[in-house]
Ligand binder design. Structure first.
Ligand SMILES: O=C[C@H](O)COP(=O)(O)O
Length: 330
């Protein structure tokens, strides 16, 4: 895989964010969604063997990955100070001496900082000198079982506090009971409550049991105006995986072929190594093409991925690995 040109363009030069729109629910299209498990497994098994990305190209791809990270803290013991440290890391994600040694001169930031609603204003203040957007997990994250009206109010509060991206969680029950109309209705209301803020629909794929459900839920959320579809909260038993990603990327491709709309993709939860990141980038590149490898259409939801990427970049520059604790996140 050749290295990306313009690996991590400054935010103001990035592609303008496209918006999806609400379209009518097409239940026949939902019913037509399939997932062939053995074909999916064969496709994923072929990934690491067929493509290896080495040295300079790998460093370029890892810088691209950094620009697509939603740098995340979603813990019960989060504090304003932790969020401020995370924001500082998002604004300078890779040490300047490493960037200098690689001859990398473009500004580099993460794609966003992702926090609970409580810390949106803290993050907005801490990032005020940057163009980095704040993403809020709203709608009763992670289970999504708060009363519907409260979920809509939480979205409105996050937007009012300055969140430019809202990561909503769907009600898994709607998928598990095949109630696609309820899922569509819910998602449409979330989309409307977000206003100008971009909305990412978290499917919680580890909870919805089958890849066919993943394909159908992806399609319903896109019809209901989701700007991104996202795998997981990071709190399910199983979070982002490559097979689930393949199903969601193909749903995005089908939706694009049918509507011309570009919907983004966000694998989240458990993506923690540079090698993982490269596999996801390769899969997205092969399934959707380079257009989807920009921060307006691709993000990693990750709390610890950046530390491993920085470690690998340090190894690329110095030939030595440093301890993970030399790359604190927050
Ligand atoms: O949306 C992001 C996830 O919650 C982050 O999960 P992680 O801590 O496994 O990287």
């Amino acid at each position: 895989m050749s290295p990306p040109k313009n690996s991590a363009a400054p935010t103001e030069q990035r592609q303008p964010f496209a918006r999806n729109e609400i379209m009518p629910l097409d239940l026949a299209l939902v019913a037509a969604q399939r997932a062939n498990l053995s074909a999916i497994e064969r496709r994923i098994a072929s990934l690491p063997g067929r493509r290896s990305v080495k040295k300079e190209a790998q460093a370029a791809w890892l810088l691209k990955a950094v620009s697509c990270i939603d740098l995340t803290t979603l813990n019960g013991d989060d504090t304003p100070e932790r969020v401020r440290r995370l924001c500082a890391k998002a604004a300078q994600p890779v040490r300047q001496d490493l960037l200098n040694a690689m001859g990398f001169t473009l500004p580099l930031t993460t794609g966003a900082v992702c926090v609970y609603h409580r810390y949106v204003s803290t993050a907005v203040d801490a990032l005020a000198h940057t163009l980095i957007p704040v993403a809020a997990v709203s709608t009763g994250f992670p289970a999504g079982l708060s009363p519907h009206e409260l979920k809509l109010q939480e979205i409105a509060a996050s937007v009012a506090a300055g969140a430019r991206e809202i990561d909503i969680v769907i009600t898994r029950e709607h998928v598990l009971t095949g109630n696609w109309t309820a899922l569509y209705q819910e998602m449409c209301e979330y989309r409307q409550a977000c206003g100008e803020a971009h909305v990412k629909a978290i499917l919680a794929t580890g909870d919805i049991r089958t890849l066919r459900n993943v394909a159908k839920a992806s399609m319903v959320c896109m019809m209901a105006g989701a700007d991104f579809i996202k795998t997981s909260t990071g709190k399910e038993g199983v979070n982002a995986t490559l097979p689930v990603s393949l199903v969601m990327l193909r749903a995005i491709r089908t939706f694009h072929e049918l509507t011309g709309k570009h919907v983004g993709y966000k694998p989240a939860g458990g993506v923690s190594t540079a090698k993982d990141a490269l596999n996801y980038l390769i899969l997205v590149n092969e399934e959707l093409g380079r257009r989807w490898l920009e921060p307006d259409l691709f993000r990693f939801g990750a709390s610890s991925l950046l530390a491993d990427i920085e470690r690998q970049l340090e190894h690329f520059v110095t030939g030595r690995y440093s301890a993970t604790n030399r790359h604190p996140m927050g």
